[in-house]
Design a binder for this molecule. Structure first.
Ligand code: HPA
Length: 274
């Protein structure tokens, strides 16, 4: 018989435990072109996804594909270096599988970053937006199907997916570092097409300040399990400009790389204060 998700998680955790025994409480997922934080870690153990049972393998340019354990800003952390997107063809359950594994490894706080298209007229390329809420109606909910109550409740509350205390702490760190940050709503989409102009307008009218192809499924799975979440977008392009506006993956990666030092400094400060 096929293994349940919980049985898969248990097998995976067991396999990881054979290679690394400590239990970091902080998990980190980095977005496209935003992987440099890993170079700041004092690495204790790296495990390639290909060596982890039941882990999908990352296919996207700009993504690594390994689990990194170590210390950062004085805290034990685990980084998912390389994330899985629905648009790559993974099922929603596969996309969130590593997040579930993190929880069962002991993670109770998850920090995520992503590259996103700006829709708020006040945003510029390179800006940072702390996510204070999201819109999940345009993605596929990873909790569809039979619920495993050992993971979380059938009907999880989503009134506050992004932890208010973490947002407050992040704003304090940003102010201290002199890094300007916006706060806003992240509209999740499946991709892989960037939005049409009409779609950007729709998502903006619907309440989105930024739009992107990751994060929301991971956040839903994390909140299902009671993990506290902080997430931040780097605005890599602007979706609502009326002039010529062709968005490319290269442009997104370039803008992400340019903004990355700010993000790295912010994450380090947040982690130091946890
Ligand atoms: N739309 C969707 N996803 C994105 C974008 C965008 O404009 N930029 C970076 N990821």
């Amino acid at each position: 018989m096929a293994l349940t998700i919980l049985q898969q998680i248990e097998e995976t955790v067991k396999a990881i435990r054979l290679k690394y025994a400590a239990s970091p409480k902080v998990g980190i997922v980095l977005g496209s072109g935003l992987g440099n934080l890993t170079s700041e870690i004092t690495i204790e153990k790296e495990i390639a996804y290909t060596d982890i049972p039941h882990f999908p393998v990352s296919t996207v340019e700009g993504h690594g594909g390994k689990l990194i354990f170590g210390t950062l800003s004085g805290q034990q952390v685990v980084i998912l270096s390389g994330r899985f997107h629905y648009y790559e063809g993974y099922t929603p359950a596969q996309v969130v599988f590593p997040i579930r594994v993190l929880k069962f490894l002991g993670v109770d706080t998850l920090l995520l970053s992503n590259a996103a298209g700006g829709m708020n007229a006040g945003f510029r390329v390179g800006d940072l937006m702390i996510i204070n809420d999201h819109i999940s109606m345009f993605i596929v909910n990873p909790l569809l199907g039979k619920n495993d109550s050992e993971l979380g409740p059938r009907f999880p509350d989503m009134s506050e997916p992004y932890d208010k205390a973490l947002i407050k702490a992040a704003k304090g760190v940003a102010a201290g570092l002199g890094i300007p940050v916006h706060e806003g709503v992240y509209a999740g989409v499946t991709g892989p097409t960037f939005e049409t102009r009409a779609e950007y307008r729709l998502l903006h009218i619907a309440g989105g300040d930024a739009v992107g192809m990751s994060t929301v499924q991971e956040v839903i799975a994390a909140r299902h399990m009671g993990v506290s979440v902080f997430a931040i977008s780097v605005i890599t392009d602007l979706g609502i400009r009326e002039e010529e506006n062709i968005i490319t993956h290269e442009e997104v990666l370039q803008a992400a790389a340019a903004a990355e030092p700010k993000l790295t400094a912010l994450f380090k400060g947040i982690i130091a204060g946890l």
